[in-house]
Design a protein around this ligand. Structure first.
Ligand code: ZN
Length: 169
Protein backbone atom coordinates (compact mmCIF):
# COMPACT_ATOMS: atom_id res chain seq x y z
CA UNK A 1 0.00 0.00 0.00
CA UNK A 2 1.07 3.57 -0.47
CA UNK A 3 0.18 6.89 1.04
CA UNK A 4 -1.41 9.25 -1.46
CA UNK A 5 -1.09 13.02 -1.73
CA UNK A 6 -4.19 14.87 -0.54
CA UNK A 7 -5.31 17.90 -2.57
CA UNK A 8 -5.92 21.05 -0.55
CA UNK A 9 -8.46 23.86 -0.89
CA UNK A 10 -8.62 25.90 -3.11
CA UNK A 11 -7.12 23.42 -5.59
CA UNK A 12 -9.55 23.49 -8.56
CA UNK A 13 -9.31 19.71 -8.95
CA UNK A 14 -11.38 19.43 -5.73
CA UNK A 15 -14.26 20.91 -7.77
CA UNK A 16 -14.35 17.97 -10.20
CA UNK A 17 -17.57 15.96 -10.25
CA UNK A 18 -16.61 12.29 -10.00
CA UNK A 19 -18.00 9.70 -12.40
CA UNK A 20 -19.38 6.29 -11.34
CA UNK A 21 -16.99 3.39 -10.81
CA UNK A 22 -17.52 0.92 -13.67
CA UNK A 23 -15.58 -2.09 -12.38
CA UNK A 24 -14.88 -3.23 -8.82
CA UNK A 25 -11.61 -5.02 -9.59
CA UNK A 26 -8.14 -5.51 -8.11
CA UNK A 27 -6.98 -2.16 -9.39
CA UNK A 28 -9.84 -0.45 -7.54
CA UNK A 29 -9.15 -2.53 -4.41
CA UNK A 30 -5.52 -1.36 -4.51
CA UNK A 31 -6.75 2.24 -4.62
CA UNK A 32 -9.10 1.49 -1.68
CA UNK A 33 -6.16 0.10 0.32
CA UNK A 34 -4.09 3.18 -0.44
CA UNK A 35 -6.98 5.49 0.49
CA UNK A 36 -7.50 3.71 3.83
CA UNK A 37 -3.78 3.95 4.59
CA UNK A 38 -3.80 7.65 3.67
CA UNK A 39 -6.89 8.32 5.81
CA UNK A 40 -5.50 6.52 8.87
CA UNK A 41 -2.08 8.16 8.53
CA UNK A 42 -3.46 11.70 8.14
CA UNK A 43 -5.27 11.02 10.54
CA UNK A 44 -8.83 11.51 9.37
CA UNK A 45 -12.23 9.81 9.69
CA UNK A 46 -13.08 9.91 5.99
CA UNK A 47 -11.54 10.33 2.57
CA UNK A 48 -13.12 10.66 -0.87
CA UNK A 49 -11.29 9.64 -4.05
CA UNK A 50 -11.63 13.23 -5.28
CA UNK A 51 -9.24 14.32 -2.51
CA UNK A 52 -6.48 12.11 -3.92
CA UNK A 53 -7.17 13.34 -7.47
CA UNK A 54 -9.04 10.23 -8.60
CA UNK A 55 -12.40 11.32 -9.95
CA UNK A 56 -14.45 8.20 -9.40
CA UNK A 57 -17.34 7.80 -6.97
CA UNK A 58 -15.58 6.09 -4.10
CA UNK A 59 -15.12 6.98 -0.44
CA UNK A 60 -13.73 5.42 2.71
CA UNK A 61 -14.59 6.22 6.32
CA UNK A 62 -13.90 4.96 9.82
CA UNK A 63 -15.50 6.83 12.72
CA UNK A 64 -14.73 4.13 15.32
CA UNK A 65 -12.65 5.03 18.38
CA UNK A 66 -10.33 2.05 17.84
CA UNK A 67 -9.90 2.80 14.11
CA UNK A 68 -10.79 -0.75 13.18
CA UNK A 69 -14.20 -0.41 11.53
CA UNK A 70 -13.67 0.90 7.99
CA UNK A 71 -16.54 1.39 5.57
CA UNK A 72 -15.87 1.44 1.83
CA UNK A 73 -18.64 3.00 -0.27
CA UNK A 74 -18.53 2.68 -4.06
CA UNK A 75 -21.09 4.65 -6.11
CA UNK A 76 -22.94 5.75 -2.95
CA UNK A 77 -26.47 7.06 -3.29
CA UNK A 78 -28.51 8.55 -0.47
CA UNK A 79 -32.00 6.99 -0.50
CA UNK A 80 -33.48 8.65 2.58
CA UNK A 81 -32.49 11.36 4.99
CA UNK A 82 -34.10 13.04 7.96
CA UNK A 83 -33.41 14.98 11.11
CA UNK A 84 -30.85 17.74 11.59
CA UNK A 85 -27.49 17.60 13.33
CA UNK A 86 -24.90 20.36 13.71
CA UNK A 87 -21.30 19.20 13.93
CA UNK A 88 -17.94 20.97 14.01
CA UNK A 89 -16.51 19.63 10.77
CA UNK A 90 -12.96 19.58 9.57
CA UNK A 91 -11.51 18.26 6.32
CA UNK A 92 -8.15 16.83 5.30
CA UNK A 93 -8.32 19.15 2.29
CA UNK A 94 -8.86 22.22 4.51
CA UNK A 95 -6.24 21.52 7.19
CA UNK A 96 -6.56 23.25 10.55
CA UNK A 97 -10.08 24.63 10.20
CA UNK A 98 -13.21 23.47 12.00
CA UNK A 99 -16.61 25.04 11.47
CA UNK A 100 -20.16 24.08 12.40
CA UNK A 101 -22.17 22.58 9.55
CA UNK A 102 -25.78 21.31 9.65
CA UNK A 103 -26.60 18.03 7.93
CA UNK A 104 -29.17 15.23 8.14
CA UNK A 105 -28.89 13.24 11.35
CA UNK A 106 -30.00 9.98 9.79
CA UNK A 107 -29.43 8.64 6.29
CA UNK A 108 -30.04 5.48 4.37
CA UNK A 109 -27.42 4.95 1.70
CA UNK A 110 -26.99 2.36 -1.04
CA UNK A 111 -23.58 1.48 -2.49
CA UNK A 112 -21.32 -1.33 -3.65
CA UNK A 113 -18.84 -2.74 -1.16
CA UNK A 114 -15.26 -3.65 -2.05
CA UNK A 115 -16.42 -7.01 -3.42
CA UNK A 116 -18.89 -5.25 -5.70
CA UNK A 117 -21.91 -6.39 -3.67
CA UNK A 118 -24.81 -3.95 -3.34
CA UNK A 119 -25.39 -2.92 0.27
CA UNK A 120 -27.89 -0.66 2.04
CA UNK A 121 -26.75 0.98 5.24
CA UNK A 122 -28.66 3.07 7.77
CA UNK A 123 -26.48 5.41 9.74
CA UNK A 124 -26.91 8.13 12.32
CA UNK A 125 -24.81 10.83 13.92
CA UNK A 126 -21.12 11.07 13.09
CA UNK A 127 -21.09 8.28 10.49
CA UNK A 128 -24.07 9.85 8.69
CA UNK A 129 -22.36 13.25 8.78
CA UNK A 130 -19.10 11.81 7.50
CA UNK A 131 -20.75 9.98 4.59
CA UNK A 132 -22.61 13.16 3.57
CA UNK A 133 -19.35 15.16 3.78
CA UNK A 134 -17.53 12.63 1.58
CA UNK A 135 -20.36 12.38 -0.97
CA UNK A 136 -20.17 16.18 -1.24
CA UNK A 137 -16.50 15.77 -2.24
CA UNK A 138 -17.55 13.41 -5.05
CA UNK A 139 -19.83 16.20 -6.28
CA UNK A 140 -17.02 18.76 -6.11
CA UNK A 141 -18.35 20.37 -2.96
CA UNK A 142 -16.46 21.26 0.25
CA UNK A 143 -17.71 21.95 3.78
CA UNK A 144 -16.50 25.54 3.47
CA UNK A 145 -19.23 26.00 0.83
CA UNK A 146 -21.75 25.93 3.70
CA UNK A 147 -20.05 28.92 5.37
CA UNK A 148 -20.44 32.59 4.53
CA UNK A 149 -18.40 33.83 1.58
CA UNK A 150 -16.40 36.10 3.90
CA UNK A 151 -15.43 33.17 6.11
CA UNK A 152 -14.57 30.95 3.13
CA UNK A 153 -12.38 33.69 1.61
CA UNK A 154 -10.59 34.21 4.93
CA UNK A 155 -9.79 30.47 5.16
CA UNK A 156 -8.62 30.36 1.54
CA UNK A 157 -6.30 33.35 2.00
CA UNK A 158 -4.79 31.94 5.18
CA UNK A 159 -4.16 28.54 3.58
CA UNK A 160 -2.61 30.16 0.50
CA UNK A 161 -0.35 32.27 2.72
CA UNK A 162 0.73 29.23 4.74
CA UNK A 163 1.52 27.36 1.54
CA UNK A 164 3.61 30.26 0.21
CA UNK A 165 5.58 30.31 3.45
CA UNK A 166 6.13 26.56 3.27
CA UNK A 167 7.45 26.99 -0.26
CA UNK A 168 10.03 29.54 0.89
CA UNK A 169 11.59 27.53 3.73
ZN1 ZN B 1 -13.34 16.51 3.47
Amino acid sequence: MAKLKILEFPDPRLRTKATPVVAVDDELRKLIGDMLETMYAAPGIGLAATQVDVHQRLLVTDVSVDRDDPHVLINPEILEKDGVIATDEGCLSVPGYYEEVERSEHIKVRFLDREGVEVELESRGLLAVCIQHEIDHLDGKLFVDYLSEAKRTRIRKKLEKERRQQAVV
